[in-house]
Design a binder for this molecule. Structure first.
Ligand SMILES: Nc1ncnc2c1ncn2[C@@H]1O[C@H](COP(=O)(O)OP(=O)(O)OP(=O)(O)O)[C@@H](O)[C@H]1O
Ligand SMILES: [Mg+2]
Length: 356
């Protein structure tokens, strides 16, 4: 007689157990999914956080900073490149950083991280992005930079023609970016001891601060060079479209290789075209070859970014000439970055026309 009641009791218990087990499995799966999407998976003690002394960092508590850093997830991503993913780390309404995650695992990846630290640790210059610290864990490293609110020149220039504020990059802004980046690179080449060859100058490594001032970033390929040396032998690295021709033959990194890459950035600013554009590769030509031919025929207006057509033509022609000097096939004929800065300054200050 009690049987139906017992059966009902067991059925109820089984249903409840089933539902509970489903809930537990769902929670576990959710936790696993969440862990996968977090930057960090190790416990706090598994990594080492180093915060460099700077006004931006001194008011921050390392514990709180670390906690926030380790909570970064996919929704915080602001960019990604061949070597890592970049996240926005928001501390409060007025403080934020950019955190680049570099996976470990190969010697070359670890070298990139070490190079970045070696090159950037002591650098303080208004045209070079500041490194505020780093976090080193067994499976990955994090580099903590100042956040550049206007992103990279690459995104600003080619991101569907407009940036997220729908502002167009006018000629004065382009000129200011060119001069700022040139000053940053010149500082690396001439004022740092040992001198620094960047080896990956390109528009995505030129970041823009709140005043649209250029900051050179990304020192993962940078090479330190003692003052009495003229080159450093290395494996060929960098980005296709920006690399100097001699680099492929000799494998030697020189400051003149950076000058060439900077010339490509100038051409990019003038034409609004992407040097890595597949259209150029498909046609078997390069942005640089195309521009050189046209400028030699004195038809600069054929390659000039259409949006710049009403801009001061003398200034634009001078910058075209400076670009061509930087792009000389023979490295010794290229100007130094200090000379490039001087020529760019003259273009504006004295209204001097630079002739090619
Ligand atoms: N400090 C920063 N502040 C704001 N945005 C940044 C910062 N550093 C990087 N970014 C953004 O993240 C993007 C990716 O940067 P990352 O250096 O990883 O790759 P990349 O320069 O595009 O390519 P590559 O890996 O070939 O160098 C940049 O293009 C830029 O938009
Ligand atoms: Mg970069």
């Amino acid at each position: 007689m009690g049987n139906p009641q017992v059966i009902a009791f067991y059925i109820t218990i089984s249903c409840i157990a089933f539902v509970i087990s489903k809930i537990i499995i769902s929670v576990l799966l959710y936790k696993r999914w969440k862990r996968k999407h977090l930057v960090h998976e190790d416990s706090y003690s598994d990594g080492k956080l180093v915060m460099f002394r700077s006004p931006a960092m001194q008011s921050l508590k390392p514990d709180m900073f670390l906690k926030k850093t380790l909570k970064l997830s996919n929704k915080d991503i602001i960019g990604s490149g061949g070597y890592g993913t970049v996240y926005k780390l928001t501390i409060n309404d007025s403080t934020a950083f950019a955190v680049k995650r570099l996976n470990r695992g190969t010697v070359e990846r670890d070298r990139g991280f070490e190079r970045e630290l070696e090159a950037m640790a002591d650098i303080k210059h208004r045209n070079i992005v500041t490194l505020h610290g780093y976090f080193s864990a067994p499976h990955y490293n994090l580099l903590i930079y100042e956040l550049m609110p206007n992103g990279s020149l690459d995104t600003f220039l080619h991101g569907r023609g407009m940036n997220k504020n729908n502002k167009f990059l006018d000629w004065p802004s382009r000129y200011k970016i060119a001069l700022g980046a040139a000053r940053g690179i010149s500082y690396l080449h001439h004022d740092c001891i040992p001198h620094i060859i960047h080896r990956d100058i390109k528009s995505s490594n030129i970041l823009l601060d709140q005043n649209m001032e250029a900051r050179v970033s990304d020192f993962g390929l940078a090479t330190l060079m003692e003052p009495d040396k003229t080159h450093v032998s290395t494996f060929v690295a960098g980005t296709f479209g920006y690399l100097a021709p001699e680099y492929f033959d000799t494998g030697r990194a020189t400051v003149k290789g950076d000058v060439y890459s900077f010339g490509v950035v100038l051409v990019e600013l003038l034409t609004g075209k992407k040097p890595t554009d597949e259209a150029f590769i498909e046609e078997g030509t390069k942005l640089v070859t195309w521009v050189k031919t046209v400028v030699e025929e004195k038809k600069e207006d054929h390659v000039l970014d259409r949006n710049l057509e009403s801009c001061p033509i003398d200034e634009i022609n001078s910058v075209f000439c400076i670009a061509l000097m930087c792009l000389e096939p023979e490295p010794s004929k290229r100007p130094s970055m200090a000379e490039v800065v001087k020529m760019l300054e003259q273009t504006k200050n004295n209204n001097a026309v630079i002739d090619c």
